[in-house]
Design a protein around this ligand. Structure first.
Ligand SMILES: [Zn+2]
Length: 162
């Protein structure tokens, strides 16, 4: 076996991992590839395979994207449901604090509770039906508990602080 054949045998082994070789070894293999049809063929097959891998990864990415979007959409909806509640509470607080002077705190709390019943309660019912339709039970129970606390206890808690 002459040196050229030895290099050929080694190249056959090394071409699949050519990118991981030391620069000097890689140069020796590349020089051999230039002179050897068999190794050239193997090398070009490997380069073709390398090109296919990113395309493959891209395909998988496309398949994953809708699921990722759905999860993002789901999280977005949950945040929206929370945001709607907070906005309504802010509105009720703002209007009950604005239309009642600070001397009549009882009146202010009554206005706040009235606002809760008039605005928050119907909105909560709608949001809970929405939650029941689109989300799991755990999220429904969390929403229901939060709404019950807000509707029935928030005014009382507020009152006990004043
Ligand atoms: Zn060769």
């Amino acid at each position: 076996m002459d040196d050229q054949e030895k290099i050929h045998l080694l190249s056959q082994e090394l071409i699949p991992i050519i990118d991981d070789l030391d620069e000097e070894t890689k140069q020796i293999v590349l020089e051999h590839i230039e002179e050897c049809d068999k190794c050239k063929k193997l090398y070009s097959e490997m380069v073709d395979m390398d090109k296919e891998i990113p395309e493959h990864a891209y395909d998988e990415d496309v398949e994953i994207k809708p699921l990722k979007k759905l999860v993002q959409f789901n999280t977005g909806l949950k945040l929206l449901l929370i945001a709607v509640r907070i906005i309504i509470l802010f509105y009720i607080s703002y209007s009950s604090f604005r239309f009642h002077d600070l001397e009549s705190l009882d009146q202010m709390i009554a206005a706040f509770q009235g606002g809760i019943l008039l605005f928050y309660f119907p909105a909560a019912v709608f949001l809970l039906v929405f939650t029941f339709t689109f989300f799991n039970k755990k999220w429904l129970w969390i929403s229901l508990t939060a709404d019950i606390i807000i509707i029935f206890l928030f005014g009382n808690i507020l009152q006990s602080f004043i």
